[in-house]
Write a protein that binds this ligand. Structure first.
Ligand code: F6R
Length: 624
């Protein structure tokens, strides 16, 4: 939700900032803007629409060259996506520029206060007040970092702010509360960004800022940190702050399309590796699990009497599947709940509750707020997360990282599969620690998990008919998805992918629910995707869904059946049959989801939609 970049160093700030914004466009793409400090002044440009519009503007109206700058790519909250509402926002004298991610909740009263003192605010945003407040503070203290601290103390809500002032041409200042901000340290240069992807082309050395911290990057030959640039971190009151340095363990090629037309295609193709990487180092030679990062003592895990999984969107679907595995393998009651609903229903939690928070980005505000609520009630929180050092794992008692690598396409694919792997690992680990599964039973499942990467690869090799089918359905308005047991969340995930990418009416149903109402939607030639459970699992589950397929076919539906190799019972009722490798019942989503990702991606492409950046969405949802 909004991407932010700041730079100070020896290169052209404009080039570095625009290149960084390109990498962050997945976070929001309603409008974009930049500001650079040059020739004793400040020059800015901003434009509604995607970054490309800003780039065109900069060709027509170039900014002066400077070595300090900031930039922003926006997902609108306050005020529509117009040129005026685009960031950076400036004070009336045009000396301060600020970019912001988050929501300033008390902006209306601050705005009224500023208006009374004669400030003229021109946008509808909450951000603009910060530029004016910074200018006022700077005029009394003459120090941008100190001004930022003073202003932050007055703000309520969630914010990452990055600012420059024309009177301090070698300084960029950032601040964060509840929104991400990382520092990149290069040779004689330093970066600020919402995500390391913005500066990974220049450095793999990063500093993770803590909650309520202000950072000042100052070009200064005397300074510490990167040669020639000092980095000073404080809290909002000026006390020196601690910040963790780390090495980014992926390189810039991971955040590039690598020959694919879209990031989504690349990320779908990367799934076998992502799955294998997430298992790596977590299974000892004897086939038992060693989850070293799960720093909740086994003695505490043995006492857990309830598990609650919280997540949003695709991660929530992973959580629905996790519930079934957790309950089956550990016999601990488990609920999965939308993070956005969780804290509003007064959930019953105590020290024996384990909350599992699943989030690719680690920044989803709904999930963050839910986990904070859980911890306040005394529950232990385990994060399943893909983004090293992000807020959700930092605020949790323990973390199990998924190793999917950067996921850039807005629609989640490889993150989903790795979230499933991580959840299966957690469930098995609990079963191992509590003795609810014997060692050989754990090893059997681990063996199956280790075979999944190859199976996903096989699915990917057979996707051409799925792509053809998707193209042939490009003019349809509705597609339904049915599943039972673990197939139900897969159906929901298939429908979500189609909604967000193809902008079609797509709905997932538990197949058994159909006859309680939704079957009225079935009409001649309506495409219905059915996820069929393994016939080798519980036969009653399989038989029931075969009956459901017959029921909808009898009413004219065009059935698209996803079924295991060798499942002959479905053949007579499938207008289109998509085969997946045989996989144990609980693990089947790892293979059955993949054709649905390919289907949605191809259908969206056939409809001429922007696959990586669907309308109205952003990758990281840092507002509630
Ligand atoms: C859908 C999608 C979203 C995210 C959701 C949670 O393709 O990507 O539904 O899954 O916004 O995001 P994270 O996992 O970052 O918390």
């Amino acid at each position: 939700m909004c991407g932010i970049v700041g730079y100070v160093g020896g290169q052209s700030a404009l080039d570095v900032v625009v290149a960084g914004l390109k990498r962050l466009e997945y976070r929001g793409y309603d409008s974009a803007g930049v500001a650079v400090l040059a020739d004793g002044g400040l020059a800015a440009a901003k434009k509604a629409g995607k970054l490309v519009n800003l780039e065109k503007e900069l060709v027509g109206r170039p900014l002066p060259a400077g070595a300090t700058g900031i930039g922003h790519t926006r997902w609108a909250t306050h005020g529509g996506p117009t040129d005026t509402n685009a960031h950076p926002h400036l004070d009336n004298a045009g000396r301060v520029a600020v970019v912001h991610n988050g929501i300033i909740e008390n902006f209306a009263e601050l705005r009224a206060e500023l208006a009374e003192r004669g400030h003229e605010l021109v946008s509808e945003t909450d951000t603009e007040v910060v530029a004016h407040l910074l200018a006022e503070s700077f005029s009394s203290c003459g120090d941008l970092a100190e001004s930022m601290r003073l202003v932050c103390r007055r703000l309520d809500g969630a914010f990452t702010l990055v600012a420059v002032h024309a009177d301090e041409p070698d300084v960029v200042v950032g601040a964060r509360r509840n929104s991400p901000l990382v520092v990149g340290l290069g040779e004689g240069e330093a970066f600020l960004a919402s995500d390391v992807a913005a500066f990974i082309a220049y450095t793999r050395s990063a500093i993770e800022l803590g909650q309520d911290q202000v950072v000042e990057l100052r070009r200064d030959a005397e300074g510490g940190g990167a040669a020639g640039v000092s980095v000073a971190v404080t809290d909002f009151h000026g006390a020196p702050g601690e910040a963790r340095s780390y090495h980014i363990d992926w390189d810039s090629s991971a955040a590039e399309k690598g020959g694919y037309d879209y990031f989504m295609l690349k990320e779908i193709a990367e799934q076998p590796k992502a799955v294998a990487d997430t298992l790596l180092g977590r299974i000892d030679p004897a086939g038992s699990l060693t989850l070293d990062e799960v720093r909740i003592p086994d003695s505490v895990l043995r006492e857990i009497d309830k598990i609650v999984v919280i997540a949003c969107g695709t991660a929530f679907h992973a959580g629905m599947i996790a519930k079934l595995a957790i309950e089956h393998w550990t016999r601990i009651p488990c609920e999965t709940e939308l993070a956005s609903e969780f804290r509003y229903r007064d959930p019953i939690l105590d020290a024996r509750t384990l909350v599992i928070a699943i989030s690719q980005s680690g920044e989803t505000m709904d999930t963050l707020m839910a986990l904070r609520h859980a911890r306040e009630q005394g529950a232990k929180v385990l994060a399943v997360c893909n983004t090293n050092g992000s807020t959700i794992p930092r605020e949790s008692d323990a973390v199990l990282y998924t190793h999917a690598g950067p996921e850039v396409a807005v629609a989640s694919t490889k993150a989903f599969l790795t979230q499933l792997i991580a959840c299966y690992l957690v469930a098995l680990y609990l079963a191992q620690v509590r003795g609810s599964k014997w060692g050989d039973e754990v090893r059997d499942v681990v063996r199956e998990l280790s075979a999944v990467a190859d199976r996903v690869e096989r699915v990917l090799e057979t996707m051409e008919p799925v792509r053809e089918l998707a193209r042939s359905l490009a003019d349809k308005n509705t597609v339904l998805f049915l599943g039972r047991h673990v197939g139900y969340p897969v159906a929901l995930e298939g429908a979500l992918k189609l909604k967000e990418l193809a902008y079609m009416h797509a709905e997932g149903f538990a197949a058994g629910e159909l006859k309680h109402g939704p079957i009225a939607l079935i009409e001649k030639d309506l495409p219905v995707v059915v996820v069929v459970p393994s016939p080798r699992g519980r036969s009653v589950l399989h038989d029931k869904i075969v009956s459901n397929i017959q029921e909808i076919r009898a009413r004219g539906a065009r059935t698209i059946v996803i079924a295991e190799e060798g499942d002959e019972a479905v053949v007579p009722y499938a207008d289109h049959l998509i085969r997946i490798p045989a996989t144990p019942t609980l693990l089947q989503p790892l293979v059955s989801t993949v054709p649905l990702q390919v289907f949605a991606c191809e259908l969206a492409t056939a409809r001429g939609n922007e696959v990586d950046q669907p309308r109205n969405l952003a990758k990281s949802v840092t507002v509630e």
